[in-house]
Design a protein. Structure first.
Length: 94
C-alpha cells in the first residue's frame, strides 16, 4: 500500500519554523480530522505524542485509526500522560 496515501491538506494557519510546517487549528473538528488524516496516510512509522488520551468517543476514534495503521504494517508508537499521573501531579505537594 506504500505510495497510496498522500500528506493531507491542513486546515488553519501555517507557520514555517526551523524548516518545519506548524499549523494552528482553532476548530476541534478540524484538529481531529487532521490527526485522523495523518494517521491514515502513515506508510512506515508513526510517532504520536499527546498530552491526554481519554477513553471517550474521540479517544476511541483515534485508537481505531492507530490500530488500523498498525494492522497495515505501520510501526505505531503512542506517548501520552496517563490520567492517573495527572491526578497525582495535581495533588502532589512536593
Amino acid at each position: 500500500m506504500a505510495g497510496e496515501h498522500s500528506i493531507p491538506r491542513f486546515p488553519g494557519t501555517r507557520f514555517d519554523v526551523a524548516g518545519h510546517a506548524l499549523f494552528i487549528v482553532d476548530s476541534f473538528a478540524d484538529r481531529l480530522q487532521a490527526v485522523l488524516d495523518l494517521i491514515d496516510c502513515a506508510e512506515t512509522s508513526l510517532r504520536m505524542i499527546i498530552y491526554m488520551f481519554a477513553d471517550d468517543q474521540t479517544g476511541r476514534e483515534v485508537l481505531e485509526h492507530l490500530v488500523e495503521a498498525a494492522e497495515r504494517g505501520v510501526d505505531v508508537r503512542l506517548h501520552y500522560v496517563p490520567r492517573r499521573a495527572l491526578v497525582r501531579l495535581q495533588t502532589d505537594e512536593h
